[in-house]
Design a protein around this ligand. Sequence first.
Ligand code: SAH
Ligand code: SF4
Ligand code: F3S
Length: 486
Amino acid sequence: MRRKEMKMAIMKRPDKAPPRMATPEEIEAQRIYTERVRTALASLDAPKACVVTYGCQQNEADSERIAGMLREMGYAYTSETAEADIIIVNTCAVRDHAEQKALSITGGYKHLKNKKPSLIIGVCGCMVSKADMSDRIKRSYPYIDMVFGTEMLWRLPEILYRVMSEDKRMFFPNLGEPIVAEGVPVLRESGYKAWVSIMYGCNNFCTYCIVPYVRGRERSRRPEDIIEEVRGLVRDGYREITLLGQNVNSYGKEFGNGCDFADLLARICEIEGDFLVRFMTSHPKDASKKLIDTMAANAKIAKHFHLPVQSGSDRILREMNRHYDREAYLSLIRYMREKMPEICISTDIIVGFPGERDEDFEDTLSIVKEVGYDMMYSFIYSKRTGTPAAEMPDQIPEKITGERFARLIETQNAISLTRNLPYEGRDVRVLVDGRSKNNPDKFSGRTEGNKIVLFDGDDSMTGRFVTVHISEAQTFALKGEVITEK
Ligand code: SAH
Ligand code: SF4
Ligand code: F3S
C-alpha cells in the first residue's frame, strides 16, 4: 500500500468511535488453539521458546504477552536461542539501525534451523508491520515460518497452530482494523516492575515517524480493564507500574465517557498499597495542566516527566507536524516546576531533521539549556521510507548531523551533572534493580525521578525500596550508601 492509501485506511474509523474489542468468542477460539498446540507439543521433550526483543517499552510489553501465550501453549522459557524450539523476533522500525539489526540477527538464525529443522522461527513487531515487509520476507527469507503484524499479536495461538498442523508458512500482516484484545496471558520478566499498556497505536503522524503506519490507529483500553490489571499487580507485590502508550495524554478520547488520562491516573492511585506509577510517553500538544495537578496531588505518581521536545526551533517543529511551539512547551515546563519543584524532566531530541539550519540547531541547544533537563535521549534523524519527511528536500549530510549531535551531547552532559550535584548529601528513596550491569561490584536502582543510583547492596534488596544517602553525584549516576531498608 502506498503511504497515502495506508494513511486513509488507518484514518477511516470515525474519531470518536470506541475501539473494537475482540469478542469473547474470538478470545475463546484462541484458547482452543492454545490447547491444540499444547496437545501437539505433548510428544516433545520439554519444548522451549525464546523471544528476542528490539525497540521500545511497548515492544517489551508485547513480548511479555507473546511469552505468556507461549507458556500457556506448553513451552518453557529460555533466553538462549540455541536451546529453543521456537524463536520469535519482535522487531522495531523507528530508525534504520534498529531495522538492520533485526534483519541481520534474524538472518543468523538460519544456521540454527539447519542444525534443527523442526525449529520454528517467527518475526513480528513494527518492522514487519510495514507495508510490503511481509511479502519481502516471504520471498527472501524462506527459513522464517511465520510473520505477524502488531495488530495480530493476540492471534499467535492460531497462527502457530496453523504453521504446525498445515506445515505451511503463515503471514498475518496488519489489515488496518485495530482491535483491543483483553485477557491475553502475560509472562512478566520482572517480579516487581510491570509494564501496562493503556492504549495502542498512534494518530499523530509526526512527519519523521514510522510508528503510526506500523502500529495503526490509536485505541484505548477500557479504564476498568486497566485498573483491574494494576490491582492484580499490586496484590502480587509489584512496586512500580509503568503505563504505556505512544501518547498517553490522549488516552480515552474515543470513549467520551469523562475518563481522561489524568482521571485514569487518579483512579489508579486510589488502589491501596506501596507502589509507584510511571507513564510514557507524553506528547506536549496534549499535556494538560490537569495532568500536572494530578501528579502534584498524588504521592504514588513518580515525580518524573518525560516530555519529548524533538527540536527547539518553531520552524522545524512545524515541519515535524508537532502542533506546539517553543513557548507553549516552555510554559508547560514552568507550570510543572511551579507545582512540583522536585520534578525530574527528560526529553527526546532529533538532530538533523531535513532542512535543519545552523540557527534551528542553535534553538535546540538553547531550549536544552533553558529547560535544564535531567536526562536526554538524542537521535540522529533517520530517513524512514513512506513518511513525509523522507521526501522533503535538503536532507542534512552525515558530517553536519554528526557534529551537531556531538555538541548536543556535550551540552547535555554538563547540564546532567549540574542537575545531579544538588543531590550530594541528600537521602533518596530508591527501588533496587539488583546488581549493576556496567558496574558489577555495585547494586543499582532508580529514584522517583528516574535517576540511577549505585551503592553497595545484596540480593535481598532487589525489588524493594531502600533509602540511600548520596555521597557523590556524577553525570549519569548518583553514588551513595544504603541507610535504611524498607
Ligand atoms: N510516541 C513517542 C515517541 C516514540 S519513538 C513520542 O511522541 O514522544 C521515540 C523517539 O524516537 C521519538 O521521540 C523521536 O525522538 C525518535 N524518533 C522517531 N522517529 C525517528 C526518526 N525517523 N529518526 C530519528 N529519531 C526518531
Ligand atoms: Fe511517532 Fe509522533 Fe506518534 Fe510519537 S507521537 S509515535 S513521535 S508519530
Ligand atoms: Fe520501535 Fe515500534 Fe517502539 S518502531 S520504538 S518498537 S513502537
